[in-house]
Design a binder for this molecule. Structure first.
Ligand SMILES: [Mg+2]
Length: 193
């Protein structure tokens, strides 16, 4: 039987982009930041708007994307998910960083054994046609859920994404950071087909 197609975001789900963000912010502002300083998915609470361009430019320097640390459990989790799902990475590259896409593909292959034909680079994640999308950005989940009324939107739980979805959408969204849970949901989907 064909495995259900599932999309998985990279930054904030598989790879720790926050650590380099905090390192750069510390260099720019001379103070230490932690995940507790973030009040939402974006970095508005730690980077002032007038310094954002400078911040993104530094984050886009060669080697940063290539050297991200996979989150604890992500490699085993993806292996588990891959047993029941046809997994694609659905990822938005850093605008203005010419080597980001190339480094991401190298990184995905090195850590997860994922080839580039299984990677969708897009900021418009709602176009991904699959049974499930796993992402830590509430807006991506909202847009994808709207486009795919029968799909299962999964907001990957992080301390910075305590987002309230609309009453209509809230009951549909799984909020978890458990690979076991998402894998069992996909497995149940297969059984019920
Ligand atoms: Mg993300």
């Amino acid at each position: 039987m064909k495995k259900p197609r599932v999309g998985v975001d990279v930054d904030g789900v598989l790879g720790d982009l926050l650590t380099p963000c905090f390192t750069i912010a510390a260099e720019m502002f001379g103070k230490t930041f932690t995940i507790d300083d973030l009040t939402s998915w974006d970095l508005d609470s730690i980077i002032p708007k007038d310094r954002l361009d400078e911040f993104w430019q530094k984050l886009g320097e060669p080697g940063i994307c290539r050297n991200l640390k996979p989150y604890h459990g992500a490699i085993d989790g993806m292996r588990m998910l891959g047993e029941v799902a046809d997994v694609f990475l659905v990822t938005s590259h850093l605008h203005g960083s010419p080597q980001w896409v190339y480094e991401r593909e190298q990184w995905a292959h090195e850590h997860f054994g994922i080839d580039r034909h299984k990677i969708v680079h897009t900021k418009s994640k709602h176009i991904f046609a699959g049974k499930m999308l796993i992402d830590d950005k509430p807006k991506n989940i909202e847009e994808w859920a709207e486009e795919h009324p029968l799909g299962i939107p999964v907001l990957w739980h992080q301390p910075y994404n305590h987002h309230m979805f609309t009453r209509k959408l809230a009951p549909r969204v799984f909020r978890t950071n458990s690979w076991e849970l998402v894998s069992s949901v996909v497995r149940a989907m297969t059984i019920s087909i």
